[in-house]
Write a protein that binds this ligand. Sequence first.
Ligand code: NAP
Length: 541
Amino acid sequence: MIENQVKDFDAVVIGAGFSGLYMLYRLREAGYSTRVIEAGDGVGGVWYWNRYPGAKCDIESIYYNYTFSKELYQEWNWTSKYPEQKEILSYLNYVADKFNLRKDIQFDTRINAAHYDEVSCRWKIQMNDGTSVTAKFFISGVGCLSATNVPNFKGLENFKGDWYHTGKWPQEKVDFRGKRVGVIGNGSSGVQAIPEIAKEAGHLTVFQRTPQYTIPARNYLYDPSFIQQTKENYEEIKRIMHGSPTGNGIQIRNVSALEESPEERSKVYEEAWQEGGFAFTSTYNDLFTNEEANKTAADFIRAKIKEIVNNPETAKKLLPDYFFGTKRPILDTGYYETYNRGNVTLVDVKNDPIVEITPNGLRTMAEEYELDILLFATGYDGMTGPLFNIDIRGRDGVTLKEKWEGGAAVRTYLGLGTAGFPNFFMITGPESPSVLVNMPTAIEQHVDWIADCIEYLTQNSLDTLEPTREAEEEWSRHCREVAEMTLYVKTDSWYTGANIKGKPRSFLIYLGGFVYYKQKCNEVSASGYDGFVLSSRMTLQ
Ligand code: NAP
């Protein structure tokens, strides 16, 4: 039991990333006392921690921002199509300063536990510094990808060199010059880091378990006149972001890949490949639902890999064979080309598995590789990981982990809340569209819904709100059914939880589209929160 509450807030929010900053802004504007608790020493969330070389966003800058403030949109100038981590972090710092948010953020602090007290209808929240606070509303802005995964390789503790995880990168620059560097992992983070590190390292060895499909980003600097135009079109950009299935400017062509001839398809794929970015994933409407359609895109990329990579043996190792796009699609800058460099070696650790980390490097079944620096680009315990890292307990002292059976039985209503955990909200929680929508758009929609909900409770003198078991069963079933109609569930990925040893397999991203999802959320609020139980303490006593 948590004791000695010091201060009571209307709301406590976990994390000062895109979610936490906007949640704080909305609640404070409405007059609620709010405290954000942030583990880092600055704002930024995922963009605070992911400082690895090459880190950038693969959503177009002009859509990868807030839309809640026209003034903010007019003031900020993005410099390139895909913003680098540094620029996004500067943007979030600018937001924090402009809206004077820092004064309500407690930095360098982690929430260890949050327990709901049924008598006081308050959350008791305990921090790692021994302090605790109470709050009526407990809101998670912890992010979907903040619990880093460092696989439990034998011997890591004996490694004499330096090792890093891409998602917990040090603030100071890591010097790769002349060093023997090893990278384990080639998802979005590895694919961005590998070409940059190869330019600097003495030798780079990439330990690849599953090859990836990646598409050239073809990033470029924006013309200032284009940025000026986007400012003039702020309302239209906002409308596109909040009214499209993916929350950004990407339009998927409403044509099946199987409707067009192989020649037409090649032309379409080639044009999209030359254009760069997610134009490629938007070429046909059935790439993620139809195996045959998917194969046409996969074959095109496999042919590109063979064309780009000079050494046929290396090219062969780089050929993926799972359904294209069912692991998170990746954009790159010179990734496959990097394997043509003399200082880069690719090791296939599916065929030659990693046995241990040694004091001097890494040993596979067949060979030992001497390394000065080892880099884990090994991803995250996604969706549930960050929530399970906190001891969150609802009614009757039941933990979230217990209720969700360690991830085997995740049940939420709209990904916003879960039965038995009153006044607990999740921003981009499991079973909401989250990472398969442009994150700032998904976040703004959730924050607005939560802020409006809190205001509704206040206006109606209500103390608590939580989903009914029936509503969350129905929503979770719907999520699973939609996911089963796609190819995503057929691939081992962090989306399915297959990247974490022992993690139950499930697909926790809602795939019914952002527009439908938003409409459903709006209907629920307009109905007076159908599917939720609302009560006041008067009725509880
Ligand atoms: P990831 O996609 O999960 O990739 C992890 C990599 O590590 C995979 O290649 C995986 O191989 C490998 N790996 C994991 N455990 C391993 C082990 N025990 N032995 C050997 N290899 C192992 O992680 P990520 O690259 O950090 O990306 C995670 C997500 O973050 C992305 O999907 C995306 O949503 C987000 N992200 C976005 C951007 C952006 O541009 N917006 C940039 C970076 C990250 P397997 O494939 O075999 O599991």
